[in-house]
Design a protein around this ligand. Structure first.
Ligand code: GDP
Length: 140
């Protein structure tokens, strides 16, 4: 199986709960390696750009407000089939529907404040990684 990369964000509800280490353990136990990581406060411009595909959705304003409401941890994860693997580790968007042991089941509060982001395709992973990291920041 091919080793690939995905982009992850530990969202503000999780950093507020001091859960970065707990979430990183679930990521690592799930077979992914954290090959870049930085804690930042996302600007409005960064959040609007990052979620531009959701601009027409009714929750867009709420989503941008939430993502800029506190620190986030942006990460690059590497492993076999990293994109689908991390989606599985995160669990369903709505924590009420997430499988046992997933990040969202373990830690998330609601469909909006759902603790983690993970890319949905290899193509989007590359785009999202480039929004927050240069190649020199990523040590695989
Ligand atoms: P994901 O790929 O599992 O993160 O889900 P989506 O791409 O469908 O949505 C992106 C993000 O928008 C989710 O992770 C949530 O933080 C947020 N979101 C999705 N649906 C809702 C909703 O109904 N209400 C609110 N407030 N936020 C939502």
């Amino acid at each position: 199986m091919a080793v690939s990369r995905t982009f992850s964000i530990i969202k503000p509800d999780a950093t507020a709960g001091n859960l970065t280490g707990a979430i990183n353990k679930v990521i690592e136990d799930g077979g992914l390696r954290i090959i870049a990581q930085r804690r930042i406060r996302m600007t409005q411009v960064q959040a609007e750009r990052f979620y531009a595909m959701h601009a027409e959705r009714p929750f867009f304003g709420e989503l941008v407000e939430f993502m800029t409401s506190g620190p986030v941890v942006v990460q690059v994860l590497q492993g076999e089939n990293a994109v689908p693997r991390y989606r599985k580790i995160m669990g369903a968007t709505n924590p009420a529907e997430a499988d046992e042991g997933t990040i969202r089941k373990l830690f998330a509060k609601s469909i909006g404040e759902n603790s983690a982001h993970g890319s949905d395709s290899d193509e989007n992973a590359a785009i999202e990684i480039a929004q927050f990291f240069s190649e020199g920041d990523i040590v695989g």
